[in-house]
Design a binder for this molecule. Structure first.
Ligand code: GAL
Length: 375
């Protein structure tokens, strides 16, 4: 009997089933996904890498996962190795998107599709972007300050605020800062909010590598220069938790006032959630990166199956969380729209952290009330 090749048998089976999609890759069998995360020194990326690896492997894909120590040259090298290893798709959270242009041209030449994960890479080699609505992250921080201080009814009262933004190499950092600043700038212009340091432009308040130490040292300098005379600091607007941690450390060591200070953050890092419990941080914007991984997996499956990817993926996937399909907010450096799947961030405070983080299974709470990431 003529030996029917496995591939021919698979093709016959597919034809018999009247498959509605042309399968480019046998799902899972030999399909390898390269996942490039920026670093393990910023807490959230460990969760992203773990969730992504678990999701893809559970779906039958082989995974090659790297963390590049926030070193752009290392990330380029890691991605080149994945291309040499024959990955069928790349999922990349860039350290610095600009530094990846050449290696992504190599990916294109090898017909390897790219999902830009969380931080937009402005390259035409990118097929889709999966993230949270980054501008809304900042907007939530600004609105939290506005509403907590009731700035609309401040009357003659004024509040002193300082800003700490993120890494200028990270495309997200500008969106976070602008989202917050666009809410608060009318109150600065009206004199209700005052910035004693005078530092309100992104470049002045940015924090390379999102470094906790850099954020701490900058805030220590600001406190020494503008607050040593007893000036009261009311608000420290920080774009994420790693910088908020440094700012809280500076306040603890170098601020003489005894007033409570409103401190914002993002990510739900373990040390910052402890600061929220202890009253050293007021809020964090939480992004369920587990859901970001689910979107990335379902998008990757559709891309590898050759299914048309558009808004219909949201309904077809049946996600139990909100996600929008956006074709206008983000574009490549060539000015081409980068179709994006954007999840929705959430405000977490001491009052709602159990409901938002423990009841959802993302964290556990110990007997002292502190939260720890669930294994
Ligand atoms: C951003 C990310 C944030 C933030 C920062 C540091 O790109 O979206 O969650 O924490 O990097 O990792």
């Amino acid at each position: 009997m003529k030996k029917v090749s496995k591939l021919a048998l698979a093709a016959a089976t597919v034809a018999a089933l009247g498959a509605v999609t042309t399968t480019c890759f046998a799902e899972g069998a030999s399909t390898k996904i390269g996942i490039a995360m920026p670093t393990q020194s910023l807490e959230r990326w460990n969760r992203d890498g773990s969730y992504l690896q678990k999701q893809f492997e559970a779906a039958g894909y082989e995974v090659e996962l790297t963390y590049s120590d926030n070193e752009t040259d290392q990330q380029v090298n890691d991605i080149q190795n994945m291309i040499s290893d024959g990955v069928n798709m790349l999922v990349i959270a860039a350290i610095d998107g600009e530094s990846l242009n050449t290696v992504l041209e190599e990916a294109s030449a090898a017909n390897i599709p790219v999902i830009s994960y969380d931080r937009l890479i402005k390259s035409d080699a990118v097929s889709y972007y999966v993230s949270f609505d980054n501008y809304t992250v900042g907007k939530l921080q600004g609105e939290y300050v506005r509403d907590t201080l009731d700035l609309d009814n401040a009357g003659d009262k004024t509040y002193n605020i300082e800003f700490t933004a993120g890494d200028p190499a990270d495309n997200n950092a500008g969106y976070f800062f602008n989202g917050a600043y666009d809410v608060l700038s009318p109150y600065i212009e009206a004199g209700t909010l005052v910035v004693p340091s005078g530092q309100t432009d992104f470049d002045s308040v940015a924090t390379p590598a999102w470094s906790t130490d850099t954020a701490m040292e900058r805030m220590q300098n600001i406190l020494a220069s503008y607050y040593a005379d007893g000036t009261v600091l009311d608000v420290a607007l920080c774009s994420n938790d790693s910088t908020a941690l440094g700012v809280a450390q500076a306040i603890e060591s170098d601020y003489a006032g005894d007033n409570s200070i409103l401190v914002t953050g993002q990510d739900g890092d373990e040390a910052n959630l402890a600061n929220v419990v202890d009253g050293k941080q007021s809020m964090t914007v939480y992004k369920a990166v587990a859901n970001e991984a689910v979107v990335t997996l379902d998008l990757a499956k559709a891309m590898l199956d050759g299914t048309t990817v558009d808004e219909s993926l949201i309904e077809a996937s049946g996600w139990e969380f909100d996600c929008s399909y956006d074709t206008t907010s983000y574009e490549t450096s060539e000015g081409h729209a980068c179709p994006s799947f954007l999840l929705v961030p959430d405000v977490v405070t001491k009052d709602n952290m159990v409901e938002k983080l423990v009841d959802t299974g993302y964290y556990t709470q110990d007997a002292d009330g502190y939260l720890h990431p669930a294994e």
